[in-house]
Design a protein around this ligand. Structure first.
Ligand code: SF4
Length: 292
């Protein structure tokens, strides 16, 4: 079990790490990024391979205290896992909340954050209470949990990771798991229905997705945009994929080829803003505490 409740309100969060300030995860914003550990998918080139599995639990209150201190630029308490007694009081929280934050956005990432739905809800709620814009980075593997989270009104933007066209066996090749495409399609539709801002992202590797698959992705997005005129797709970003740490080297897809894909997507998905960008690369220190 990845995330559980202990006696009382001791919600444990399986934490991957915190990046206190990022300007690449949410274009145009200075964001704190919190990574939750664990993912049901097994993408061969996983950008956060170290976070796919494992356990490094921390009590929610200790993590919340750490986050608030970081955001407010206050001295941070030493982080402790499982047995932490350093909890933030409501009085403390309101004093800290009254000070000016250094970041204006909060992004919850992973792993797959929705593997821990309650932790996701609480962390995004905490960020909202600090008047931060909130973003969720997800693979779309848990449509039901995504729907519930969006209904809770704690997510301003969904960064949806589209690995390839939303069909099998393409998605199985991209994630090494069967039956994922339908889940992602449902998640995408939920985002369109809800009207939340959507940033669709697709990382391009030499073997996948192909130009035809990029065309299909753009057609899917364009079709949904027509079906849900009140939806809010911001853009489709094509990111250059790189070998992950420990993986045999391969030559990333050339920028010129990615520009071709951009043109293909723009032609297929009329009206969709298609961008080419590089993904954020995070070097995990191995020990979770070092990354916070
Ligand atoms: S969905 Fe993301 S975190 Fe999960 S295996 Fe794929 S790349 Fe890694």
């Amino acid at each position: 079990m990845i995330c559980q409740r202990e006696a009382g309100d001791g919600l444990l969060v399986n934490l991957g790490g915190i990046v206190p300030l990022s300007t690449v995860d949410w274009r145009g914003r200075a964001a704190m990024v919190v990574f939750l550990r664990g993912c049901p998918l097994r993408c061969p080139h996983c950008h956060n391979y170290a976070l796919q599995t494992g356990e490094s639990n921390i009590e929610f209150h200790a993590l919340a205290s750490r986050i608030v201190c970081r955001i407010k630029g206050l001295q941070t308490p030493a982080i402790a896992f499982r047995a932490s007694t350093r909890q933030i009081s409501l009085e403390d929280a309101s004093v800290r909340a009254a000070s000016r934050p250094f970041v204006d956005a909060f992004v919850l990432s992973g792993g797959e954050p929705l593997l821990q739905p309650e932790a996701s809800l609480r962390l995004l709620g905490l960020a909202k209470s600090l008047s931060l814009a909130t973003g969720l980075e997800t693979s779309g593997f848990y449509p039901g949990r995504l729907r519930a989270l969006l209904k809770s009104d704690v997510v301003d933007r969904v960064f949806l990771d589209l690995k390839t066209e939303l069909n099998e066996p393409a998605y199985q090749m991209a994630t090494d798991i069967t039956g994922v495409a339908d889940r992602v399609r449902e998640s995408l539709e939920i985002c369109y229905q809800s009207g939340v801002a959507i940033d669709a992202r697709c990382t391009i590797f030499p073997e996948l997705p192909s130009k035809d698959q990029i065309r299909e992705i753009a057609r899917t997005l364009e079709g949904l945009s027509r079906l849900y005129p009140d939806s809010h797709l911001e853009s489709l970003t094509l990111q250059q994929g790189h070998p992950r740490e420990g993986e045999p080297w391969f030559e990333p897809v050339a920028f010129e080829e990615m520009q071709e894909m951009q043109e293909i997507a723009q032609a297929a998905g009329e009206g969709i803003a298609v961008q080419v960008g590089a993904p954020a690369v995070i070097k995990w220190a191995g020990q979770i505490a070092k990354s916070i």
